[in-house]
Design a binder for this molecule. Structure first.
Ligand SMILES: Cc1ncc(COP(=O)(O)O)c(C=O)c1O
Length: 402
């Protein structure tokens, strides 16, 4: 292989922070108020502040902050009354949480194949998955790329289904001028360590219905009601509250978001253009109608034949050896052991699912299986790199061509 000049810059790492985070954390410590408090005591200030700010940021009426993005989905489903034996259609190409939150509610996820260009749920494949047991759809805006959510909402309306938008990757993304998370009944976000807005762990729900917001709030705060007494529990609930530490960090991280988002977008456009010029590389295509894309990850497919029959793991290793951050994509849900071998909740009948045993065969999920076998992705922090570093990546991939 011809020799390539080394880049003398280190690729960006994540998270990005400075002494503002230290200062605000120290403020929380010294305040002695480390939790947001029960409604009556309303102790902390940062969680309440963050909820207000994040709702504004996402153009939503309500925001409920909570422990993580997994329980955010679980809580929305619970509040909407999705439960025992109900079916919920989920993209097959996502992190396990989009489906495990369905399992947590004793319901059954049904996996939907993806669009070969945009890698998100193919809305044309939804209708044949709907049965009399279907209660909801969970579109996952993978990498911040919007599902064709207007068409999906139409299908949901026609079939009287709830829509829970999994926006774990979609901070700042919008479709046809409307921020994601506002199209369906509610949207769930994650602030886990790798996310574009992070507090290590954390999550939020946005919605625009007073009634739903109250139900969700009650569920995540032990069945209490906003403004009620600490020992008043009106319905079944649990404790998924966010801590003051998480909210304080998020308030600072949010101040950096706009600039980082702009840079990620400029770099994603540039990298897409240059990589798509290589015969044998195809970058995830923004869904038509996308107004803003969060770019949580930057997935791309390669044609092994153009790269000397190389496997995706070898391709990834070669990039990593050059110090280029890249990761594997999510294995399709139908292939995960927990679904394939049905190692889930005892006492629940999963026989109506479109996965498990022979039903988990890749040929029933042809697009996602094909895309997964030939794709890897760059994490979002790579999109904060310099133009010189992006060129370095492109030139290195060109050298791998055979
Ligand atoms: C698509 C998707 N949904 C949900 C989650 C769950 O979020 P969390 O890790 O905050 O529980 C993640 C986390 O990576 C995710 O990628």
């Amino acid at each position: 292989m011809p020799h390539q000049k080394k880049t003398n810059q280190k690729f960006p790492s994540w998270p990005i922070y400075n002494d503002q985070e230290e200062k605000i954390l120290s403020e929380v410590v010294k305040s002695g108020k480390w939790w947001c408090g029960a409604p009556e005591s309303h102790e902390g200030k940062f969680v309440w502040q963050f909820q207000e700010d994040f709702a504004k940021f996402q153009n939503a009426k309500f925001c409920i902050a909570l422990a993580n993005g997994t329980v955010a989905i679980e809580s929305i489903l619970f509040a909407l009354g999705v439960g025992l034996g109900d079916e919920v259609i989920v993209s097959d190409y996502t992190f396990v949480a989009s489906a495990s939150a369905v399992i947590a509610n004793n319901a059954i996820p049904i996996f939907c194949d993806i669009n070969p260009e945009t890698f998100v749920m193919d809305v044309n494949k939804l209708e044949h998955l709907i049965t009399e047991r279907t209660k909801a759809i969970i579109p996952v805006h993978l990498g911040g790329n919007p599902v064709e959510i207007d068409t999906l909402i139409e299908i949901a309306r026609k079939n009287k289904l709830f829509v829970i938008e999994d926006c774990a990757h979609a901070h700042g993304s919008s479709y046809k001028g409307k921020k994601l998370g506002n199209w369906g009944n509610a949207g769930s976000f994650s602030f886990q360590a790798s996310k574009v807005l992070t507090s290590g762990e954390g999550g939020a729900i946005i919605c625009n219905s007073n009634d739903l917001a109250d139900k969700i709030y009650s569920y995540i705060d032990c069945g209490r009601k906003k403004g009620s007494g600490s020992y008043e529990h009106f319905s079944y609930g649990t404790n998924y509250r966010m801590t003051e530490y998480q909210a304080a960090i998020l308030l600072i991280q949010m101040q950096r978001f706009k600039e980082q988002h702009k840079l990620r977008n400029e770099n994603a456009r540039y990298l897409s253009k240059r990589l798509n010029e290589i015969d044998g590389i195809k970058v995830m295509k923004p869904t038509q109608g996308t107004s803003e894309l969060g770019w949580y990850v930057f997935p791309f497919v390669f044609d092994p034949n153009k790269f000397g029959g190389i496997s995706k793991m070898e391709f990834k290793r070669k990039l990593q050896e050059k110090g280029i951050p890249c990761v594997n994509n999510y294995p399709p849900l139908h292939t995960l052991t927990c679904f394939k071998e049905v190692k889930l909740k005892p006492g629940i009948n999963y026989s109506t699912a479109n996965w498990g045993g022979n039903k988990s065969d890749d040929r029933f999920f042809p697009i996602v299986s094909e895309i997964y076998s030939k794709s890897i992705e760059f994490p979002q922090e790579l999109l904060l790199a310099s133009p010189e570093q992006l060129d370095y990546i492109v030139e290195f991939i060109k050298l791998l061509l055979k």
